[in-house]
Design a protein around this ligand. Sequence first.
Ligand code: GRF
Length: 208
Amino acid sequence: MQLTNANTAGHIVVLASGSGSNLQTLLDVSSDEWAVVGVVSDRPGSGALERAARANVPTRTVRWRDYPDREAFTEGICARIAEFDPGLIVLAGFMRVLGPAAVRRWPNRIVNVHPSLLPAFPGAHAVRDALDHGVKVTGVTIHFVDEQLDHGPIIRQEAVDVLPDDNEDSLHRRIQTVEHRLLPEVVASLVGGEYDVSGRIVKGRVTA
Ligand code: GRF
């Protein structure tokens, strides 16, 4: 499968709400084949926007409260994303749920990084929920975004052990170490077109 046309396949647009440590890994390893061309955030002043500015990557801010509902917010954010002519859109700690219009516009071209082994512990508190549940293993999932929350076809997963003395911060730190290694690898493989999606099943080098 190829991402859009050859000229824009390497255009990575990152959506982020938080500190942007995952974004930073993409800013650090951009290659001849791909680069972060734009960052969109719903949070003015977020770490992600500061990291983008330091890397001279253009940014846009789309605030939830400026729109009457999810549909209008999604329309607003899609318009900003489209300005960057994206090949791939990466949700890296983006804490808003996009409406179906975004997924229909860019099917299998929006990727999310989630801090659990989905389908376990979807939602905004995956690390805390895993700890509260008493699981001994959790991890990282990178998946395509579909119309349900934290649900689309799984691209890569890696397990992280839960240690007896873990709290939410310590476990999240180890999970993020894995995220930071996996995300640039997955982006490089997707840009290289080394995968195939059939229903929920993703196959190719990207899944290894
Ligand atoms: C990551 O742990 C990601 O899994 C979750 O939000 C966190 C974002 O962290 N969706 P950062 O902003 O990339 O540092």
